[in-house]
Every structure is written in C-alpha cells, then in structure tokens.
Design a protein. Structure first.
Lengths: 321, 314
C-alpha cells in the first residue's frame, strides 16, 4: 500500500461528502410548504414571519444557507425533532448501539455462513448441493425482509416458544452480568438470523464464483500436482484469495444492512433506529429522517473508505486507478 | 482518388449492413422470444408475472366491491367464501391482495417508463457525445447514487407527501442512474463499431445513427436492467407502505403486511398472503430478467461487453 494510494483515496471522500450535502440540501429546499409557517403557525402577520425568517437565517441567499447547513451537519448538529423536541443527534445516538449490535451480528453471521455455503457449493459446481443453494438464494432474493421477519415469528418463534419475539431484554427481569448478555442474546437470535438470511445469498454467490475462479489458477494446480487433495487446495489456497472480493463488498452491504435492520427492528420491537424511523415516518418528522439519510450516507462513505484501504493493505497489487 | 459510387455499394458497407439492421430486425426479436419461452426460468417467470398482472387487471372482476369495505366478521380464517380469510376489520383479504397487485403494477409500470426514458436518454447522450457532456451527465448520475436509496426515498416521500403519483416520481428519480451508467458503457462500445462508421461515412446524421443504430443495440442490455429495476421497485414500494409511507387511499401489499403485525398470533393469513404476493411478483420479474440476460446477450452483444470492459480498464 503506497502513501500515494492512501492520499488519493482519502481525497475521493471529498466529492462524496459534497454530493451528500448538496442532494439533501436541495431536497429539503425543494419541499413544498414554508418552514416558517410550519413553525410559527398560520396566523402570524408579515412582520412576525420576517422576524422568524431572519432568526433562522432563511432570508439569506441560498449559498450562505448551504454553507451554514454544511458546517452544522459536519459538526454533528442535525437539528431538532419536530415531534419529540429533542436533538436529532441525541435521538439517533441513543439508538445506534442496539442497531449496530444487530447489524454486526448479522454481518458476521451472513459472511461466515455465505463463505461456508459458497465453498461447499463450489466443491461440485452444478451438483445437487450447488443447485439447491442457488435455488434457495433466488427465492431468498425475492422475499421482503420484513415479511421474512414475520414468517420467522410464525414458523419458529410461535411453534417452538424458544425465542422471545419483542424487545431486547425480558421486561422486569433483573439480570446482571453474564445473565444479562445471555438474555440479550436470546432476544437477538431471531432478528439477527432474519437479517443475515436476507444477506447470505449475495455472499454465497460471490464466495462460490471467487473460489471457482481461483481453483482454475495455476498455483492451485501446482498445489494439487504436488499431491494436495482438492478440498485441501480449496481450503488452504483458493479460499484465502477468494475472500478478498467478499471483503470489498462489505462496504456496499452496509447500506442494505441499515435498511434491512430498520425493517426487521420494527417487526421484532428491537429498540434501535428502526422504531425511531417508523415513528418519524408516520409523523412526517423530517429532521429525524434527514438525520438518518445523513447517518447512513456517511457510514457508507466511511465503510467504503475502510474496505478500500484494507483491501489495498491485503492485496499489494492495488495501487490507484 | 475518387471511388465510384457503385463500388461502395457492394463493398464493406454492404457486408456490415446486416449487422446494423440486426437489432432492428423483427427476426432477431422473434428468435429471442422463442428462446425465452424455451428457457425454464423465463417461462416460470413469465407465468408468475402473468398471474400478478392478471390479478391486477381483473381486480374489479375478482373482487368487485371496494377493498376497504367490511364484508364479513373480523379475523375469519380462509374459507370457501373468503379464500384468503378476512382481516381485523372484516375486509376480504383476497380483494385486498388483488387490489394491492394493481397498485404495485401501476407503480412498477410508471417507474419503469419514466426511469427508462431518462436513463436511456442520459446514457446514450453521455456515451455518444463524450467530452464535457459526458462528464457533466456522469457527475449528475453519481450525485444521485451518493445516497442510499431506501432512506433517500423515505425522506422525499415524508417531505413531499405520499400519493401513487409521488411514489412513481420519487422511485423513478432514484432508479434511472443504474440504467444510465449501463447504457453509457454500451453506447461507448457501439459508438466506434464499423457499421456506425459506415453509416456516418454515407452521411447519416447523429440523430439517425442514435435512433437506428445505437438505441436498438443498447435495448437488449437495457431491458435486463429495467427488469431488475422493476423488482427493486416492488420491494421498495412495499417497504415504504410497510412503514406507513404508502398512498393511504389505495390498497398496497406492504400496508397489509404491516397491518398483520398485531394479529400475527391469531391470523397468520393476514401476513402470509400479501407477503406471498410480493415474493411471487419479485421472483417472477427476477427470473424473467435472468432469462432475458441469457437470451438477448447474443454473440455480438457478448463481444461488445468484453470490448467495453477492456476499454474501461485502460
């Protein structure tokens, strides 16, 4: 990894951040309705509206307003929720840990599961196992994640009674230490499983294709000609190189994981960003939704940056394009 | 040295003519259609989509009364009178699901038409003109791709209001960039083909070249992308109405699944049937797009895609 690559890659963050700021600013400004009337009510006189407009800086030219908006956003000031009257940044920050726990678990589970399934499928391409996996994946792509969550409740939770179906902890229970985390784990299992299931098809496909490509490479043939078994060559040689593309897509998967987590959380009553988004959507609480857009967009920029740098660190062939 | 007109008529030009007319010729589309119907995935996909489209078209025949009207007792299990049961307000689930199909199909068709027009236009112009036009158009395209679609759509719908018309505009606004990028790279690879040069050398205008030679050859690849956009749009619309941001005046599948949430323990049918409808529609379109990809990417196209990739790597 050369410094030149790192610097170039860091510079690419700037246009991405600028795009996010421009698009969100433009959308909020193009929206119908006068924000001053929304805040001050219908019955104010003109002088009062002018006063309010000046107070919120809405009388200033658009570029100046954009500058204020950008510095506010970059400082982490996302405004105040219309409905809850609290700072959006506080509302979001309170709920991020629960969502990150869910997303992180699903990310790890779907990545590991996808690699295992992909490797098993690649052992005999177009064999019975491979065909089953790709058929299930095809169906999996078509199921909306919120419905998958309800199906999991209907088929697993209600039938077995093993999994709690709402929230993150048992109400009124006073677990501490390990017992507390075991309780959280029991609540986490099903939502994480559903979210992972919605992601696993993609990882499986990338792993399978990657392994099949690597298995055709000369170095694998050399390993095999030296007497290594096919599965030995797969595990010890092909898999390591096939893992690289899986790492690169993690960055772009973050966006899907966020939207998937939001939808799954609303079904399982998981106390993360999902319920915040649900209530904000139903009350048309724009500042909260804008905050979510910014949070996810910036997370995406950051995770893409990190995966690219990680990739360059692992694979010395990467320089710059 | 001047070449007699009659010589050019027979030479390379004539040899290239079939390739140029290739995409336009009904024969090629007929062959593709025949192969599509023999393609197992294509056939299954077509049947699934036909079921959903048929339900949407015949919604008023299958369920003549207003889907929001109470017709029976609440939470009745599926029976002969109500094949999919009734919901918590005693509304017929079958009627709700087929009217939901209508909403879904209207949104998908609207988005497909709008985003295809914009995506194709932007992609063809950017790829064909090149230079600063290309740069500007591609920067605008990237602008729209900088933000994750789901949350962007949530914000826009919350700000601008949720009607079916709004939904179509918003989803189209966030759908065209993929098509524009694919169309642009296809156009780039077609722009310098021999038959386009040949057409130019006999004095064809840019407009004629684009309409007769570029667009028809971009279309096969574009169709695959448009189909995939369609299935994404169904899922997005369902997710929006699941969160309560759909059009409240029409039935929609996402709303039905959300409504089932509180009654999951007592009325599985409220969740299972609308969810199944979404799955069937999405699976059908995905299968069709897979088959289209296999059928339409003929030898000439595959070669062009390889060429396109090489030029991008450079």
């Amino acid at each position: 990894m050369t410094w030149r690559y790192v610097v170039r890659r860091l510079l690419q963050v700037l246009p991405a951040v600028a795009s996010i700021l421009v698009v969100t600013f433009a959308i909020v400004h193009a929206a119908p309705g006068d924000p001053v009337v929304a805040v001050a009510g219908e019955n104010g006189d003109k002088a009062y509206y002018d006063f309010m407009r000046a107070k919120f800086g809405l009388d200033r030219p658009l570029p100046a307003q954009f500058l204020t908006y950008s510095t506010d956003v970059l400082r982490g000031d996302l405004g105040v929720s219309y409905v809850q009257g609290e700072r959006v940044s506080t509302l979001i920050a309170e709920r991020v840990p629960a969502t990150l726990l869910l997303m992180g678990t699903a990310l790890v589970a779907s990545t590991l599961g996808g690699i295992v399934l992909g490797a098993l499928a690649a052992r005999r391409p177009f064999g019975p196992f491979d065909l089953t996996v790709s058929t299930v994946a095809l169906i999996g792509y078509a199921l909306p994640v919120f419905w998958m969550a309800q199906l999991a409740m209907l088929t697993i939770a209600f039938r077995t009674g093993w999994f709690p179906i709402q929230g993150m902890t048992t109400a009124r229970a006073t677990y501490a230490g390990l017992a507390h985390w075991a309780d959280v784990g029991r609540h986490l299992a099903l939502p994480a499983l559903v979210l992972a299931a919605s992601e696993i098809a993609l990882v499986t496909r990338i792993a399978r294709t990657g392994i099949l490509t690597e298995m055709r490479q000369d170095y694998v043939r050399v390993a095999e000609s030296k007497g290594l078994s096919a599965s030995g060559a797969l595990v010890h040689h092909a898999l390591r190189n096939a893992l690289l593309p899986i790492v690169t897509v993690v960055g772009s998967r973050i966006g899907f994981l966020f939207s998937g987590a939001v939808l799954v959380e609303t079904v399982f009553g998981w106390p993360g960003l999902g319920r915040l988004v649900l209530s904000a959507a139903q009350t048309r609480d724009h500042p909260v939704l804008l905050g979510m857009v910014l949070l996810v967009a910036f997370s995406l920029v950051l995770s893409n940056l990190l995966t690219d740098l990680l990739y360059a660190r692992v694979d010395p062939r990467i320089r710059y394009r | 040295m001047s070449i007699p007109a009659s010589a050019t008529a027979d030479l390379p030009l004539a040899a290239e003519a079939p390739a140029a007319a290739d995409a336009l010729a009904p024969a090629r589309w007929r062959t593709a259609a025949r192969r599509f119907l023999r393609h197992p995935a294509g056939l299954v996909g077509l049947v699934l989509v036909a079921v959903v489209a048929g339900a949407a078209l015949l919604a008023d025949v299958i369920a003549p009364s207003d889907p929001f009207r109470t017709v029976a007792g609440p939470l009745q299990a599926p029976s002969r009178a109500h094949l999919m049961g009734t919901d918590n307000l005693g509304r017929d689930m079958l009627g709700a699901v087929v009217h939901g199909a209508r909403t879904s199909m209207v949104v998908v068709l609207g988005v497909a038409v709008l985003s295809s027009v914009v995506g194709l236009a932007v992609g063809v112009v950017a790829g064909y003109r090149g230079g600063w036009v290309d740069d500007v158009l591609m920067r605008i395209t990237e602008l729209f791709q900088a933000i994750p679609r789901f949350f962007l759509v949530l914000l826009i719908v919350a700000l601008f209001g949720a009607g079916v018309d709004h939904l179509i505009y918003v989803l189209a606004l966030t759908s065209w960039p993929t098509l524009a990028r694919v169309t642009r790279s296809e156009t780039l690879s077609l722009r310098d083909r021999e038959y386009v040069d040949a057409a130019r050398s006999i004095g064809a205008t840019d407009r004629r070249i684009v309409i007769r030679h570029i667009v028809p050859n971009v279309l096969p690849t574009a169709l695959v992308v448009i189909a995939l956009t369609g299935s994404r749009v169904i899922l997005l619309e369902a997710s929006l109405s699941f969160l309560g941001l759909g059009d409240p005046s029409v039935m929609s599948w996402g709303y039905l699944v959300a409504n089932a949430q509180r009654f999951l323990r007592v009325a599985w049918w409220m969740s299972v049937f609308p969810g199944l409808a979404i799955a069937i529609a999405v699976l059908g379109i995905n299968l069709m797009s897979d088959a289209l990809n296999d059928v339409l990417a003929g030898p000439s196209n595959r070669a062009s895609r390889r060429r396109g990739r090489r030029s991008r790597n450079r």
